[in-house]
Design a protein around this ligand. Structure first.
Ligand SMILES: Nc1ncnc2c1ncn2[C@@H]1O[C@H](COP(=O)(O)OP(=O)(O)OP(=O)(O)O)[C@@H](O)[C@H]1O
Ligand SMILES: [Mg+2]
Length: 449
């Protein structure tokens, strides 16, 4: 908005129109009196605009105030409605239709000025807000999903198509391949971005706590349930519920979850009404869910419900051309976050990065580069790789197949965890290490957060 504010006074009664234009002009603003809705519409059609419109609802001609209102809104013009004393109902209708405020006749000039100022400042704030949201949307749009390998290009294309559809999605892939990032992208780049994205790791709660988190409860539903609480499915509204490590759902929870997906309703623990579930549900797993179904650990019907659309994230070692762009991305990001100068990669380090198998995938790469950035030494990258068990480059050419120790360890841990249904205490016993060590190793390979 530049210069003097310009206000239209759309009012058919001449004395009232004069009073309002005089009031507006006394404030140092510019006023244009318009005697009918048709005249106002004609002005809009020729491209005339104003900063705010004072609009009488009762106007002669084809177009009354309520008819004109949407046209003004389409031009982004805030409207303060003026209504006869006896027709306050129509003011309510106008407010619902998007008017900024209303004034009932007879109007007090001071009141007019107060309302106009308020409507204008609200309008500016709303505009600013919209502008910021748009800028944010633009930035979030896939910018963070790095990678130009054919697999990543195909993935981005697939995501584009899935953005605004309702379907439940299942995201699969090894640990650290970007499943959560993809789930966030689906949410924040799509039409649900203004509603919440609510992630929940199905592997870290007891069945009771998980049920409570997902479904919520009524007061007194169980010991300790003091107040009522909405569950994630309710709280998400039109947003997204992201169920991570979904393979960890117990049979009882699988049954409840299946019912929810089928009926699209949720009922809190302790009863109460059925509430419609409007959120999109996105699930992720780093295990082979199909195999879990075959092994009888996961319900086939639930698997098919979740699996309407599958997004499979390939391991980093199958798309080595993404390693360098990812490394550059993380070096820049870590440097910025830690307020350090960005490390420069040497050809030797690049060669090693590209040769390594990355059992912890993108997360392992990100962590390694973070450590090197903190230590301010690019040689830490090579040191870190060696420590992780990568074969030193001199023996890399040897034909002998060799699994890096880290990979052996990772496989042993995966098997042990699978055998114990994710119970780390049990798995640690099987592996002959203590649970703290196991937890550290799991974190190191990128499962923890
Ligand atoms: N293509 C990518 N571009 C940029 N960053 C990525 C990409 N893929 C993964 N990342 C980053 O790598 C890290 C691990 O990704 P994420 O947490 O999404 O993995 P995950 O598949 O959910 O792993 P887990 O199974 O262990 O939970 C995150 O910091 C994420 O932002
Ligand atoms: Mg994850």
């Amino acid at each position: 908005m530049s210069g003097v504010l310009h206000i239209w006074v759309v009012e058919d009664e001449a004395p009232m129109r004069r009073l309002l234009t005089a009031t507006v002009e006394r404030e140092g603003w510019r006023a244009t009196g318009v005697a009918s809705g048709d005249d106002a519409a004609a002005r809009l059609d020729t491209g005339e605009v104003c900063d705010l419109c004072l609009l009488d609802l009762h106007l002669p001609g084809a177009l009354d105030g309520l008819g004109l209102l949407p046209r003004l809104q389409r031009r982004g013009i805030p409207v303060v409605v003026i209504t006869g004393y006896a027709s306050i109902d129509s003011a309510v209708v106008a407010m619902r239709a998007g008017a900024a405020d209303y004034l009932a006749k007879p109007v007090e000039p001071e009141e007019v000025v107060v309302r106009v100022r308020r409507a204008l400042s609200h309008h500016r704030l709303a505009e600013e807000n919209r502008r910021l949201h748009r800028a944010l949307d633009e930035r979030l749009r896939f910018e963070r999903l790095i990678g130009e390998s054919p697999a990543m290009v195909a993935l981005r294309r697939r995501l584009e198509r899935l953005l605004d559809v309702e379907t439940t999605c299942l995201i699969t892939g090894e640990t650290g391949t970007g499943k959560e990032l993809v789930a966030r992208t689906l949410h924040f780049a799509g039409g649900r971005a203004r509603a919440p994205f609510l992630p929940l790791d199905c592997g870290v709660y007891t069945e009771e706590l998980l049920a409570d988190a997902l479904f919520g409860h009524l007061p007194g539903a169980f010991t300790g349930a003091a107040g009522a609480r909405a569950g994630l499915f309710e709280e998400a509204g039109e947003g997204t519920v992201f169920l991570d490590e979904v393979q960890n759902l117990t049979p009882a929870m699988q049954a409840r979850f299946l019912r929810l997906l089928e009926e699209r309703t949720v009922r809190r623990i302790g009863g109460g009404p059925e509430v419609a579930v409007r959120a999109r549900i996105v699930a992720a797993t780093n295990e082979d869910l199909r195999a879990a179904v075959d092994a009888g650990c996961f319900r086939a019907d639930l698997y098919y419900r979740l699996n309407v659309v599958t997004i499979d994230l390939p391991p980093l070692r199958t798309r080595r051309e993404d390693i360098l762009p990812l490394a550059r991305h993380f070096l820049a990001a870590h440097a910025q976050r830690l307020d350090r100068p960005p490390l420069a990669l040497t050809p030797e380090v690049v060669r090693r990065l590209e040769a390594y198998d990355w059992p912890g995938n993108v997360r392992e790469l990100a962590n390694l580069l973070e450590r090197a950035t903190i230590l301010g030494d690019v040689d830490e990258v090579a040191a870190g790789l060696e420590e992780a068990g990568a074969a030193p480059p001199t023996t890399a050419a040897a034909a002998e197949p060799l699994l890096p120790l880290a990979e052996l360890e990772r496989r042993a841990i995966t098997v042990a965890l699978a055998r114990c249904n994710g119970n780390k205490q049990e798995a640690a016993r099987l592996l002959g290490i203590d649970p703290t060590t196991l937890r550290r190793k799991v974190r190191r390979y990128g499962k923890g957060r």
